[in-house]
Write a protein that binds this ligand. Sequence first.
Ligand code: APR
Length: 244
Amino acid sequence: STAGVAEVQRWVRAARRIVVLSGAGMSQESGVPTFRDAQTGLWAHHRPEDLATEDAFRAAPSMVWDWYAMRRAKVAEVEPNAGHRAVAAFQRRHPGRLTVVTQNVDDLHQRSGSPGVLPLHGSLFADRWLDPPRACCQAQPPQPGHPPRCAGCGNLRRPGVVWFGEALPPDVLAAAQAAATACELMLVVGTSGLVYPAAGLPGEVSAGARVAVVNPQPSALDDPAQAVLRGTAAALLPALLAAD
Ligand code: APR
């Protein structure tokens, strides 16, 4: 049998170190679409291979750049929800005790005030050079455009997110793995658990540590978890992380 909210609340109070591993469901109640929801998911209306790979970007830089610019503009308009705020409030009450590891690129954890967020898949708000920058790329600001490009050599700016087939930033992934190994409790919030290496993190907790899933729907991470709470981030996290 799996534990309920009251038991997970006890686990939170007892845990010296907690990891929150979040996915798109964490931001759903802020109005940000998830990826794999059959009706509203981003991948229900676009093929990831057409938008979320380097090949897709090289084949159609303007279309891909504009799609990420549209997502960034939409995300800039929304607010963190009660789930993000509950996590940040807990971190303020208990400095250093809770680490946020997120798959999300919406910066909503950061905007809610969470310190030390580990953004495994980068950020919509941090673009970077497509090819290694030369002196000319750094000598002057990129020429405006979609995408912006280097006036000297034509190097393109690309979204600062991790695309399918790309390595995660090694320092961020290593920090996330260390946090997973060190924690006594991992709250896995709003992820289908289908994309690795992020989805492998719950399996990296130490013996004796507990994993609690927060998700209104079944996910690939439910079975090995010690608790599966069928509810939403904004409803459950304020209860789970309430001031003790
Ligand atoms: N609260 C909690 N969970 C929710 C909520 C909510 N309000 N709404 C939806 N969910 C759950 C869904 O049930 C689903 O299990 O959030 C999960 C979202 O799953 P995905 O859309 O697959 O998003 P995610 O798991 O974050 O995707 C991982 O895939 O496309 C790549 O890089 C992208 O980071 C993304 C990765």
